[in-house]
Design a protein around this ligand. Structure first.
Ligand SMILES: NC(=O)C1=CN([C@@H]2O[C@H](COP(=O)(O)OP(=O)(O)OC[C@H]3O[C@@H](n4cnc5c(N)ncnc54)[C@H](OP(=O)(O)O)[C@@H]3O)[C@@H](O)[C@H]2O)C=CC1
Ligand SMILES: CC(C)CCC[C@@H](C)[C@H]1CC[C@H]2C3=C(CC[C@]12C)[C@@]1(C)CCC(=O)C[C@@H]1CC3
Length: 345
């Protein structure tokens, strides 16, 4: 009779390992002596000790090859939040995650660590020091959030000590750092088009921004603390820098660091939100004819004009989480990593 070889606890697969967070995670795992497979729709780089498997996570057969003899799977693939494509989010974040879970079962994977998002509880209104027991957003602010909620539920409900399949969800917020394709590039692009002159609201709203290495640290701690007798099984954990900052101070620091002016003039939040909603509706109606991508989406305006910061107490207590890189150092490292986005470059 053929016996299944028990996979080494240091063999893992990173789904979405070519992306911003995924690649930082892969690099850190390799440093820590893990053998790493990357499964992604694209191969973005090469790294000694890393095996790439190119494919769509909705394709179970392709996934099974990348999960062979692996004990841990990190799932950090998702369509970009700005894509606003409902069918794509449904296919990848919901149907695809179901496929990932099935593939994990069939391949004998023991642990699945999902990159969820703190936004699963965000409805566009203030959240101050929010804990993980806040209810999921009843009216999610966009398709991305809607499908991240379903995805997290699927993964946490799949946790089964009896089956020897343990799951946990990491909920980061506002990830930034070197190679981020979203936050800094969108900010700079908006500034270059002369649209970063205004502060939405009174500018006092506090928000969590989380340095990518701290998010990676949270994922690895979760993987290493996830055991049948640990409190992590089937739970969600906020992972942030634990230093809420005024949204507009953070944006201004990055802009000024890159040589652009900080926004100065205030606009009422409700006015900007109303305009963003209207533009979104116009874009939706015109979509069959022309594809418009407004910069100020309702989601971005809500994120820019409300308080939303989260407590990491659960992660500190259950897995000893402390953010290794403080916010100010993280901002300096990030600014230095984008010489090509400096004003005049
Ligand atoms: N960035 C942030 O501020 C936050 C992100 N998150 C979550 O963190 C995770 C990683 O985000 P981030 O690194 O920023 O995103 P990226 O877009 O940089 O990385 C995601 C990767 O997954 C790939 N991918 C997309 N669809 C598929 C698919 N069907 N099959 C295989 N691979 C696929 C992407 O390829 P391609 O680029 O070609 O689409 C990309 O390489 C996501 O789950 C996101 O929801 C949570 C909170 C905050
Ligand atoms: C144009 C300006 C008003 C804002 C420019 C910066 C924004 C692009 C970013 C500020 C907060 C960011 C953020 C996300 C994406 C980039 C921002 C909107 C997420 C939506 C990414 C995915 C998540 O899970 C939650 C993030 C919250 C913060």
């Amino acid at each position: 009779m053929a016996t299944r070889v028990r996979p080494s606890s240091k063999r893992c697969t990173v789904i979405g390992g070519s992306g911003f967070l995924g690649r930082h995670l892969v690099e850190r795992l390799v440093d820590r002596g893990y053998t790493v497979n990357v499964f992604d729709i694209r191969q973005a780089y090469e790294l000694p000790g890393v095996t790439f498997h190119q494919g769509d996570l909705c394709d179970k057969q392709a996934l099974l090859v990348a999960l062979k003899d692996v004990s841990i799977v990190f799932h950090c693939a998702s369509p970009a939040p700005g894509s606003d494509d409902r069918a794509l989010f449904q296919r990848v974040n919901i149907d695809g995650t179901q496929t990932v879970i099935q593939a994990c079962h069939e391949a004998g994977v023991q642990k699945l660590i999902l990159t969820s998002s703190a936004s699963v509880v965000f409805e566009g209104t203030d959240i101050k020091n929010g804990r993980e027991d806040l209810p999921y957003a009843k009216k999610p602010i966009d398709y991305y959030t809607e499908t991240k909620i379903q995805q997290e539920k699927l993964v946490l409900e799949a946790c089964s000590k009896e089956k020897g399949f343990l799951t946990v969800a990491i909920r980061p917020h506002g990830i930034f750092g070197p190679r981020d394709p979203q936050l800094v590039p969108i900010l700079v692009d908006t500034a270059r088009r002369g649209k970063m002159k205004f502060i939405i609201g009174d500018g006092s709203n506090l928000v969590d921004f989380t340095y990518v290495e701290n998010v990676v640290h949270g994922h690895i701690l979760a993987a290493e603390h996830l055991k049948a007798d640990s409190p992590l099984c089937g739970q969600a954990y906020h992972i942030t820098n634990d230093e809420p900052v005024r949204f507009w101070d953070f944006m201004s620091q990055i802009l000024v660091g890159l040589g652009y002016s900080a926004p100065r003039y205030h606009l009422p939040y409700t006015l900007v939100y109303g305009i963003a909603l209207l533009l979104w509706l116009i874009a939706l109606v015109l979509r069959p004819l022309i594809r418009i991508k407004p910069t100020f989406t309702p989601m971005r305006v809500a994120l820019a004009g409300t308080h939303h910061y989260y407590s990491c107490t659960r992660a500190k207590k259950d897995m000893g989480y402390q953010p290794p890189v403080p916010l100010q150092e993280a901002i300096v490292r990030t600014v230095e990593s984008y010489p090509h986005l400096q004003k005049g470059a």
